[in-house]
Write a new protein. Structure first.
Length: 382
C-alpha cells in the first residue's frame, strides 16, 4: 500500500537533486528549458542541502531553493540568504507545503548566521512572514548606438578560456559584491541563466588590458539588460553600447547603487535616463542585531564610532517574522512597527521614509546613518 503522508521539510540528498531540478523545470519551464542548467549554483549535485523539499512516496513535490552567501559592502561583510525556485507540483498545491519550507529555510538561514533574506518574486506567502519590498537603486538606461560611438580605443569580446581569472579579479575588486570562488563565478557566468537565455559575459579591454567585465541578457526585443558588471564605468558603458548595437538592441539598462556616482554621471553624459527603483523581489529581516553588528563600521562613518558602539538594537518577533524594532541611545528610544517600516528604514525605499517623521534626536541620527546597502542579485539570482 502506498504511503499518503508528506515527508518533510527535508533537504535534498545528492541522488535527489536531478528530480528536484525536474520539478522546478516542470513548473517554471513548461515551454522548454532546464532549471538545473540555468541555475548551476543552486542545483549543484554536491549542494543538496540548499534545496528544501517536501516529498510524497519519496518523490519531491514542493521546493524552496536557498543559497547563503557572504556579501561585502563598502568594507563590511555579512551573510545573505537568497530564496528562489519556490514551487509545488500542481496536484499538491493548497496544502501549505511551500509555507513549511519557507519557514524551514528561514530557520536554516539563521543557523548559518544570515542577517537578511532576499526573495525572488512577491507573494502573500512571503508577506505573511514579514517580507516586504524595499531598497533604493538607480536604473540607468541609455541609447546603445550613442554609447557605442564612445568605445574608441576599446575592444569587447566574450570572455574566453584564458580570461576568466582576470574577469573574476575585476569582480573581486568591487566595493559591493557577492563573494564567489573563481570556479563558482565561471560556472554562473558561463553556464547560468543569462547565457542560456541569450546573454553572455564580455570583457572590455583598453590597450589589451582588461578594464571592465559585463554580463548581459535580452530584456525584450529592443532592450539589453545588464545582469552584472565590474571595473571601469567609463569603459563598461561604451562596451555595453557596442554589445547592444552589434546585436540590434536600441537601449541598454544597468541597475546600480545610488553611491555609484560615476556610472550615473556617465549615463547622463550619454543622454540617458536615471530613475529610482526598489529591489526586484522581497526582503525579509532575519537578525537585526547581527546586521547592525556587521555594518557598525559603515554606520560609524555617519554618526561617529562612539555613537555607533553605544546604539542598542532590540526587537519583538514570533516564529514567522519580526514585528517591532527598537533603537536605544542612552535614555532615548525610537521604535518602528511593521515589516514595511522596518525594511524601508533599514534599506531605504523609493517612496517610503519611516524615519522622516523625526527632525531631531535619535530619529534624525538614524535617518542620517541609514539606509544600509542592499545587494543586487546579479548572478546569484536563484
Amino acid at each position: 500500500m502506498l504511503r499518503t503522508q508528506y515527508e518533510g521539510p527535508l533537504t535534498a540528498r545528492r541522488t535527489d537533486v536531478e528530480a528536484v531540478a525536474a520539478l522546478a523545470t516542470s513548473v517554471f519551464r513548461s515551454n522548454g528549458g532546464d532549471m538545473g542548467a540555468e541555475y548551476p549554483l543552486l542545483f549543484h549535485p554536491r549542494r543538496g542541502r540548499q534545496l528544501h523539499i517536501m516529498t510524497r512516496n519519496g518523490a519531491p513535490v514542493s521546493l524552496v531553493g536557498m543559497t547563503v552567501n557572504d556579501v561585502v559592502m563598502y568594507g563590511c561583510r555579512t551573510k545573505v540568504a537568497c530564496i528562489g525556485s519556490v514551487c509545488t507540483a500542481q496536484e499538491h498545491r493548497g496544502k501549505g507545503l511551500a509555507g513549511k519550507l519557507v519557514d524551514a529555510a528561514a530557520v536554516a538561514a539563521r543557523r548559518a548566521r544570515a542577517t537578511v533574506m532576499l526573495i525572488s518574486g512577491g507573494r502573500s506567502l512571503y508577506t505573511r512572514r514579514g517580507a516586504s519590498d524595499c531598497g533604493v537603486y538607480s536604473r540607468c538606461e541609455f541609447d546603445a548606438k550613442r554609447a557605442a560611438r564612445r568605445a574608441k580605443g576599446l575592444t569587447v569580446q566574450r570572455v574566453g578560456h584564458n580570461a576568466w581569472r582576470g574577469a573574476h579579479a575585476l569582480w573581486q575588486a568591487e566595493h559591493v559584491r557577492f563573494e564567489r570562488s573563481l570556479a563558482d563565478y565561471r560556472l554562473a557566468a558561463a553556464q547560468g541563466w543569462p547565457v542560456l537565455r541569450g546573454g553572455g559575459t564580455y570583457v572590455v579591454r583598453k590597450a589589451k588590458r582588461a578594464v571592465a567585465v559585463v554580463t548581459v541578457r535580452p530584456k525584450d526585443a529592443s532592450t539589453l539588460r545588464t545582469i552584472e558588471f565590474a571595473g571601469s564605468r567609463t569603459a563598461a558603458l561604451p562596451g555595453l553600447g557596442r554589445i547592444g548595437a552589434a546585436q540590434g538592441f536600441e537601449t541598454v539598462t544597468v541597475m546600480c547603487y545610488p553611491a555609484d556616482v560615476t556610472l550615473v554621471e556617465e549615463t547622463k553624459r550619454l543622454g540617458g535616463d536615471v530613475a529610482k527603483r526598489r529591489f526586484g523581489g522581497m526582503v525579509k529581516l532575519l537578525d537585526p542585531r547581527g546586521l547592525w553588528r556587521d555594518f557598525r563600521r559603515l554606520i560609524a562613518r555617519s554618526v561617529g564610532t562612539t555613537v555607533a558602539k553605544s546604539l542598542r538594537v532590540a526587537y519583538d518577533a514570533d516564529d514567522l517574522c519580526i514585528h517591532t524594532l527598537r533603537f536605544t541611545l542612552g535614555k532615548e528610544s525610537v521604535e518602528l512597527r511593521g515589516a514595511q517600516n522596518l525594511t524601508a528604514a533599514l534599506f531605504g525605499h523609493p517612496t517610503r521614509r519611516p524615519l522622516g517623521q523625526w527632525s531631531k534626536g535619535l530619529g534624525s541620527l538614524l535617518d542620517h546613518a541609514l539606509p544600509l546597502p542592499l545587494p543586487l542579485y546579479g548572478l546569484n539570482f536563484v
